[in-house]
Design a protein around this ligand. Structure first.
Ligand SMILES: Cc1ncc(COP(=O)(O)O)c(C=O)c1O
Length: 408
């Protein structure tokens, strides 16, 4: 067996299941899960209808690079969303469909890393766990860039020396961030593109929360837009990943894309051809329809805005919490250890959240997930409000309660 498999960490949900295993939540309270980042607003019906009308596509093998219609709709969406110059993106060369960003973020490292050169892969800390597994199985060493409150929960890129950046082959960034909700500005992205140029590494920008943001007039910047702004209109060393899972409430569709540097995508397509991960034709048709519509995405944002406004109004008087700049997570500072806090919320309020330290790693400068929990506001508004009220009650009573160590 591949010995690198033994380097993979237990997934946060395995650790969460262990944390909850010997705890009895109160019987009279319905469970509320704020733990899983799975959108729960309904998938727009036109997406399912497009899927059904194209079921005849099941009769043929799809091309790994996807059909023209899908690649053109993705290129059109990107050009409009990031105000890219007309026709700059070539749907044939700059875009590849993928079966959700999870598989693509993982697979990309397998094609981008040269394991003979003692490679480093940089990533935020806390982080979406796939980045680390991808680095380890590609034969690279993960390097964690702490995201702390004093830097607005953005990765501390300045913490590494030039010799680290020289060994860096791939930098994962996630903006808006899971779990912190922090957003990298176009200026910050431009500086990273300069850094990548100087030290010759690739930036893989996970933008799958890009369409969930509070201010309609200030959508989060993206890597491809920043590349053009900084004069890199060939997108050298830049690839952006996005998905319909969060944008269109369609996580079961398994549909996303990677776009950017044509040379990198050519190599990645070669990898994918052997890996065998073409997107089924009816999914391609449903995806093209989804990327071509914005009204459902705006309605989606309205619903998140209502939930965040309510939850923050309830929680902010008792806990250190700020509204995210994007995405659907809250990342409050906990009044006691995060693992203890999560266990108490489950034990006393039947609310499940993820301890921050399950999403981050220990570093010489500490573990930036400690004293935080991740709350996904994916449930209907009423349920999110009820969860926030229960959490507030627990925080208010914590001082008097008898909290013991977590034991996990
Ligand atoms: C930061 C981040 N990236 C990528 C993904 C993967 O999403 P999908 O594979 O559904 O596109 C997720 C899912 O939760 C995520 O939180």
């Amino acid at each position: 067996m591949n010995p690198d498999l033994d380097k993979l960490q237990p997934y946060p949900f395995e650790r969460l299941a262990r944390l909850k295993a010997d705890v009895e939540p109160p019987l009279g309270l319905d469970p509320i899960a704020l733990s899983i980042g799975e959108p729960r607003h309904p998938t727009p019906s036109f997406i399912g209808e497009a899927l059904l009308t194209h079921l005849h596509g099941l009769a043929s093998y799809p091309a790994t690079r996807g059909g023209d219609a899908l690649r053109e709709s993705i290129a059109g969406w990107l050009a409009h969303r990031y105000t890219l110059p007309q026709d700059l993106l070539d749907p044939q060369a700059n875009v590849l469909p993928v079966n959700g960003t999870r598989e693509a973020l993982f697979a990309f490292a397998q094609s981008a890393i040269d394991r003979t050169l003692d490679p480093l892969v940089m990533m935020p800390n806390p982080f979406y766990q796939i980045y680390e597994g991808a680095a380890l199985l590609a034969g690279a060493k993960p390097v964690y860039l702490n995201c702390n409150a004093d830097k607005g929960f953005l990765p501390d890129f300045g913490a590494l020396s030039d010799s680290h950046w020289d060994r860096c082959q791939l930098l994962y960034i996630c903006s808006p961030g899971n779990p912190t909700g922090a957003v990298l500005s176009e200026h910050a992205l431009g500086r990273l593109i300069d850094l990548a140029e100087r030290h010759d590494f690739v930036i893989a920008s996970d933008e799958c929360y890009s369409e969930i943001y509070p201010d309609e007039d200030a959508p989060p910047a993206g890597l491809l837009g920043a590349a053009v702004k900084s004069g890199n209109d060939e997108f050298r060393r830049c690839v952006a990943f996005n998905s319909l899972s969060k944008r269109s409430n369609a996580p079961g569709l398994r549909s996303g894309f990677v776009a950017g540097d044509p040379e990198l995508l050519k190599r990645f397509l070669r990898y994918r051809t052997y890996h065998g991960c073409a997107m089924p034709p009816p999914i391609q048709a449903a995806s093209a329809a989804a990327w071509s519509d914005e009204s459902h995405v705006r309605r989606n944002r309205d619903q998140y805005r209502e939930k965040f406004d309510n939850a923050i109004a309830i929680l902010s008087p008792v806990i250190d919490i700020t509204a995210p700049h994007g995405g659907f997570y809250l990342w409050p500072r906990t009044p006691v250890e995060d693992v203890t806090f999560a266990r108490e919320l489950y034990r006393r309020a039947n609310v499940t959240v993820v301890p921050g330290s399950f999403l981050s790693r220990d570093t010489a400068a500490g573990n930036p997930g400690r004293h935080h929990v991740r709350m996904a506001l994916v449930a209907p508004t009423d349920e999110c409000i009820e969860a926030a009220r229960r959490i507030r009650a627990i925080v208010e009573s914590l001082a008097e309660s008898d909290i013991t160590g977590p034991g996990v």
